[in-house]
Design a protein around this ligand. Structure first.
Ligand code: MG
Length: 378
């Protein structure tokens, strides 16, 4: 037992941070703020770990997460060595009363925040950034692609203009835009407008956010090769395994999926069925870094590329994407980066390699002053 990293306090928090332009939409969601809902874990000799999940800043549901952290997981952690991350993950995941009410959903999302805070402590205790603790960077430069110019709430021309600026001025090599509206023909036109604006060489991906049904997607699919897309993300409902299998067998464009999958078991089922091509685990959904690494290893065993989805806005995923050999590109969205002591940074289309010890999750004090919400009703 390392008494220096013995856990002394488990303190949940909720931050609501405004998104770019104060509102964005995809085919399924309208978001004005990003919820940074998580936990600060204190240890005996002063090391603090921060972990969080990503939400749509709905206070009532955010409080279900913080309640689970403080009431269900907190008592399991006090007095434990924070560096025993695998053991503590299993202790929390297998805690029978919690597992009975939720092997996925809120309990799993809460576990994501706690697990991330534990890894943050483990990396800080080692004096290393997380990517180094995990074995070192496997690529010299990690390429970023930008999603923040492609919202469905913007007109096709506005999306085309912002994507062209990202490619030509900011130096990105790829962008992702949202589709999946009620008018698939208009969405095809939207893709064409963007492709024409950014040129033939730039990487372009599209994201339906699970909105279309199988017949709609099958009717759109034959037109997509005209636009040379890297992938179609969440083309139909997230959990529809047989639907994705049929789509993968009939659609030429590769499928990306995973931001809504909660477990290693779900990824095993989709991957082994041949239902996806780009694997998109998100630490904030799959119960943290511990399970994310297992999913990435699974993808590696199938020689499938990993594209971390960044509900954490990339603060932790940049460490994982640099460290894991299956990882390729990494999404970039800038909404919450300025809340952190070491914000993510993209230069000429590539992520800077983080330098400070930890998982990149340490929040600045003024982030709490500006964005904190009450974790329980007064
Ligand atoms: Mg997506």
């Amino acid at each position: 037992m390392n008494h220096e990293t013995s856990i002394t306090a488990v303190e949940p928090f909720i931050l609501h941070v405004p998104v770019t332009g104060n509102m964005i939409q995809d085919s399924t969601h309208t978001v004005t703020h990003w919820g940074v809902v998580g936990v600060r874990i204190r240890t005996a000799h002063g090391l603090e770990g921060y972990g969080y999940t990503g939400t749509h800043a709905h206070l009532a549901s955010d409080r279900l997460i913080t309640s689970c952290i403080s009431e269900s997981y907190g008592p399991l952690l006090l007095g434990e060595d924070a560096c025993d991350v695998q053991r503590l993950w299993a202790k929390m995941y297998n805690h029978a009363p919690v597992q009975w009410v939720g092997r996925t959903g809120i309990t799993h999302i809460a576990l994501a925040a706690v697990d991330t805070a534990l890894w943050d402590i483990k990396a800080k205790a080692a004096g290393q950034p997380l990517w180094r603790l995990l074995g070192g960077a496997t690529v010299e430069r990690l390429e970023a692609y930008n999603t923040d110019g492609g919202w469905l709430s913007l007109s096709p021309q506005a999306v085309a203009d912002s994507c062209r600026r990202l490619i030509e001025v900011e130096g990105y090599r790829g962008v992702k835009i949202k589709i999946g509206s009620d008018n698939p023909k208009a969405d095809l036109k939207r893709i064409e407008t963007v492709r024409n604006a950014i040129g033939a060489d730039a990487r372009l991906a599209v994201d339906c956010n699970g909105r279309w049904n199988l017949p709609t997607m099958l009717s759109v699919a034959p037109h997509l090769p005209d636009f040379d897309l890297m992938w179609v993300e969440e083309p139909i409902f997230y959990d529809d395994l047989p639907g994705h299998v049929r789509l993968a067998q009939s659609m030429a464009t590769p499928i990306a999926l995973g931001e809504q999958l909660y477990t290693l078991d779900s990824f095993r089922d989709f991957i082994s069925a041949g239902a996806l091509h780009w694997v998109q685990p998100d630490i904030t959904r799959v119960a943290g870094i511990t399970e994310w690494l297992r999913v990435a290893d699974l993808a590696l065993a199938f020689h499938l590329p990993v594209l971390a989805h960044v509900s954490d806005m990339g603060q932790v995923h940049v460490h994982l994407a640099y460290a894991h050999p299956a990882s390729t590109l990494l999404e970039y969205i800038p909404w919450i980066k300025d809340c952190f002591v070491e914000p993510i940074h993209v230069r000429e289309g590539y992520y800077d390699l983080p330098q400070q010890p930890g998982a990149g999750t340490t929040l600045r004090p003024d982030a709490f002053e500006r964005y904190a919400q009450q974790t329980s009703p007064r």
